[in-house]
Write a protein that binds this ligand. Structure first.
Ligand SMILES: C=CC1=C(C)c2cc3[nH]c(cc4nc(cc5[nH]c(cc1n2)c(C)c5CCC(=O)O)C(CCC(=O)O)=C4C)c(C)c3C=C
Ligand code: FE2
Ligand code: FE2
Length: 339
């Protein structure tokens, strides 16, 4: 006997997560979940629980909540943009697997909407085939790896498992490189060319890279390909890493240090693009567009611009479509005998 309705296929766009509100208690809840993930913090569990609960969570949320409040737009930008990406991608996929219905959904590794809850709801609605697309262009165990973990933890709670496939990353996908190069070209058509173009990526601790996390190499590959597409000379661009957390060494060079050195050494104008972020968020709108701008100008720089993330750019949605549609069609192919 066949089920009454055609099976449904769901695509999940997954980003990191964000607090529910720009308040200290909400930021504390979010940071507690995020920073308790052993993929993110590799300090022995017991020791880290003491540091987290005695030193980090009592003070950091107050300061970080203020930073969130300065960029909040009725919701956190990263969640707002993720919802927009979902709304733009869904019509691109809706008819790609007829007679099977395809829907697109937002999910977060930490905070809301949480990945396990989204999976639960879609299973209740009868979805048995998933395409999971983490929006981390350069895989790191600390970002994309955490999405695999969240799924695996969720599967442990289930008896009747669905079909699913995950896109690991897309750091050198031609549509990604082209979307970044075009967005930089468009920005420079409006604002002119700077002395230096900085590709500032979210960092990871250096020991994680030493143990084999491929993220820094993937960042270098993305930046080099975009610089090549733009026809830049080697002295016109640089790659750097931002968003340090804690006292250990992170991958270098550090964005804030380079900007300060540039300001002091006579570099007049800088544009910063941050390709690791598929949506603008605290780390771009506050750390890059405000904090690091001040660093550069206070050190003697004259002109500083942050180039927005790909967000809802049409070329970005083209990329998300190219990454997900073949997999949706693939699942539909396995259902051929259904109709
Ligand atoms: C050891 C700590 C951290 C690692 C490793 C890390 C990796 C990592 N993070 C992102 C993307 C984002 N991170 C964001 C915020 C953020 N990141 C950390 C720490 C680590 N990240 C913290 C503590 C925070 C919260 C803010 C703060 O307290 O300073 C965000 C922004 C979320 C938002 O709400 O806007 C993103 C996005 C990647 C891609 C990555 C590894 C490559
Ligand atoms: Fe982070
Ligand atoms: Fe930051």
């Amino acid at each position: 006997m066949k089920p009454k309705l055609p099976p449904r296929i769901a695509v999940l766009l997954v980003n990191l997560g964000t607090p529910d509100e720009p308040t200290a208690p909400a930021v504390r809840r979010y940071l507690k979940q995020f920073l308790s993930d052993p993929r993110v913090i590799e300090i022995p569990k017991f020791l880290w629980a003491i540091i987290l609960n005695l030193f980090v969570l009592p003070s950091r949320p107050k300061r970080v909540a203020k930073a969130y409040a300065s960029i909040w737009e009725g919701d956190s930008p990263i969640r707002k943009i993720l919802n927009g990406q979902v709304a733009l991608l869904e019509p691109r996929l809706a008819d790609s697997a007829a007679p099977f219905r395809v829907s697109v959904h937002a999910a977060m590794s930490y905070g809301n909407p949480g990945l396990p809850e989204v999976m639960d709801n879609l299973r209740d609605e009868g979805v048995d085939h998933f395409v999971i697309l983490p929006l981390f262009p350069q895989y790191s165990a600390t970002s994309g790896g955490a999405v695999y973990d969240a799924l695996t933890k969720w599967t442990l709670t289930q008896r009747n498992l669905p079909n699913y496939t995950i896109v690991k990353d897309y750091f050198a996908h031609p549509l990604y490189i082209q979307a970044l190069a075009d967005s930089i070209r468009r920005f420079q058509a409006a604002h002119g060319k700077p002395d230096k173009l900085m590709f500032s990526f979210h960092g990871i601790p250096q020991p994680y890279a030493d143990k084999g996390d491929p993220y820094p190499k993937r960042c270098k590959c993305t930046a080099a390909q975009v610089a090549h597409a733009l026809g830049l000379r080697d002295d016109e661009w640089i790659i750097s890493f931002q968003s340090r957390f804690g006292k250990q060494e992170w991958v270098k060079p550090y964005t804030d240090v380079v900007l300060e050195e540039w300001g002091q050494s006579g570099v007049r104008s800088v544009q910063v693009v941050s390709p690791a972020f598929s949506a603008d968020c605290l780390e771009t709108l506050e750390e890059l567009a405000i904090e690091n701008r001040d660093n550069f100008l206070n050190a003697g720089g004259q002109e500083y611009h942050y180039i927005p993330a790909l967000n809802l750019d049409e070329a970005h949605i083209d990329l998300l479509e190219a990454l997900s549609k073949p997999l949706v069609k693939g699942w539909a192919g396995t259902l051929d005998g259904w109709a």
